[in-house]
Design a protein around this ligand. Structure first.
Ligand code: UD1
Ligand code: MG
Length: 454
């Protein structure tokens, strides 16, 4: 294949978004629009990627700085042809140049790959639309050869009847593209330098114009408003749901699932309604995810059941665990197999070993918990003195009575028992009962206070 250079147009203001943020930084499936396009571009292994930005100052290059791309400013914005012109000084004359749009986020690798294989000359990505309003129309002769693209505002009534439209995406020989761009003029209805005018120039020079169609219409949908963004978000979520169903995942309702990243599922996974998966999430075989759970950047091993309304962030959960309902695993939590984390239990930056349980109303932070430990209801680790954080260590087979405060740094030894209601500030020895509690007394004949007479 010929060397490839990619230009991504992202200078538009997005007036109809009614936002301070540049349009291409609004998120679809949890990721900025332009980042979808960059990911797709990079996957084609081009020699060069050049993003043309404008509105929103440095926000776009700032947000995308992790990409191996050049950022070129277009100021003022005088049309799509003018935008590509700004990128040309960064590009070599060898190979081909592909133009993508920062606000057309769902373009797929396979479609662009087919464009690369379409042959020499100019390659346009076109689509037949039932309602072509607003798009540039593909004008062909009697033999079906492409003659040019005419923009909606410049089209005759007959041309407006044409249903084959230009998606904006094209692939052109670099050297010729440079020549054509130099010849662009803005004597049209919008007073803009139209990139699409290069098609007519190519035809005049006898360059073949190929057309390729995307596999799915949603690939070429552009975003101009929050309404269009919401519709395309739902479309993408349907695509994700269909992919998961095809792999054998049970979805209680494919219309009530949100995947904002990459979700990997083993066999016989069941996902109830309203769940959100963010970043990279991996669910092992037979995992069940209860309704309205939010799971981000997590690995959940085989057979684990996550009950409804649980939140798991940047954590690892072993096999056959029981999590929730209403459990919260914060970043850095690592649960080994058969751990139970129950309702209103928060775990942060802690490791909990095989078969340990914290079933009710607890905070376990910066802790190392051994195997077969039972943590009674209401137990909390006091890991923070207002300035620094300290670790709590609870060794194997310890039993922590309910409503205990473990003031870190502190260690509870192997097999130790802590009496309920204790505030533990010193290490508790292995195998012994430790408690810190004033003795229960009864005051005989005590009377409740009475309201005074006025
Ligand atoms: C363009 C095409 C049209 C096609 C349509 C598909 C031209 C002249 N027309 O029209 O044939 O059917 O896309 O959606 O190319 N942009 C810049 N700088 C500019 C102007 C635009 O970066 O100076 C960017 C915009 O941010 C946007 C993209 O280019 O991402 C398309 O611009 P837009 O003005 O929406 O083009 P259309 O009029 O829709
Ligand atoms: Mg326009």
């Amino acid at each position: 294949m010929k060397p490839l250079q990619i230009v991504i147009l992202a200078a538009g203001k997005g007036t109809r978004m009614y936002s301070e943020k540049p349009k291409v930084l609004h998120a679809l499936a949890g990721k900025p629009l332009v980042q979808h396009v960059l990911d797709c571009a990079v996957a084609l292994q081009p020699q060069q990627v050049c993003v043309v930005y404008g509105h929103g100052g440095e926000a776009v290059p700032q947000a995308m700085r992790q990409y191996p791309a050049q950022f070129v400013v277009q100021e003022p914005q005088l049309g799509t042809g003018h935008a590509v012109q700004q990128a040309m000084p960064q590009l070599a004359d060898t190979g081909q140049v592909m133009v993508l749009y920062g606000d057309v986020p769902l373009i797929q690798h396979s479609t662009l790959h087919r464009m690369q294989q379409a042959g020499d000359g100019l390659v346009l990505l076109t689509v037949n639309l039932a309602n072509p309003t607003g798009y540039g129309r593909i004008v062909r002769n009697g033999q079906g050869d492409v003659l040019g693209i005419v923009e909606e505002k410049d089209a005759s009534p007959e041309q407006r009847e044409i249903c084959e439209v230009h998606t904006g995406i094209l692939l052109a020989p670099a050297k010729q593209l440079r020549e054509w761009l130099n010849k662009l003029r803005n004597d049209n209805a919008q007073g803009e330098y139209y990139l699409t005018d290069v098609v007519g120039m190519a035809v005049q020079q006898g360059v073949t114009v190929h057309t390729v169609q995307p596999a799915h219409e949603w690939e070429i949908h552009g975003i101009n408003s929050k309404a269009q963004l919401a519709v395309l978000e739902r479309t993408w979520q349907q695509v994700e749901a269909a992919r998961l169903l095809a792999l054998g995942v049970t979805l209680a309702d494919p219309a009530r699932l949100d995947v904002r990243g990459k979700l990997k599922c083993g066999q016989d996974v069941e996902i109830d309604v309203g769940c959100i998966f963010e970043g990279e999430v991996s669910l092992g075989n037979n995992v069940q995810v209860g309704a309205y759970s939010v799971i981000r950047n997590a690995v959940i091993a085989d057979g684990t059941i996550i009950a409804p309304y649980s939140s798991i962030d940047s954590s690892e959960v072993g096999a056959n665990c029981r999590i929730g309902p209403y459990a919260r695993l914060r970043p850095g939590s690592k649960l080994h197999d058969e751990v139970h984390i129950g309702n209103f239990v928060e775990v942060k930056n802690s490791e909990i070993a095989l078969g340990s349980k914290a079933n009710h109303l607890s905070y376990i932070g910066d802790s190392t918990v051994g195997s077969r430990v039972n943590i009674g209801a209401g137990t909390i680790t006091c890991n923070y003195d207002g300035a620094n954080k300290y670790r709590t260590i609870i060794e194997d087979d310890a039993f922590i009575g309910s409503d205990t405060q473990l003031v870190a740094p502190v260690t509870v030894g192997k097999g130790a028992t802590i009496g309920a209601g204790s505030t533990i500030t010193k290490d508790a020895p292995a195998g012994e009962l430790t408690l810190s509690r004033s003795k229960q007394i009864t005051i005989a004949g005590w009377k409740r206070p009475q309201k005074g007479k006025k």
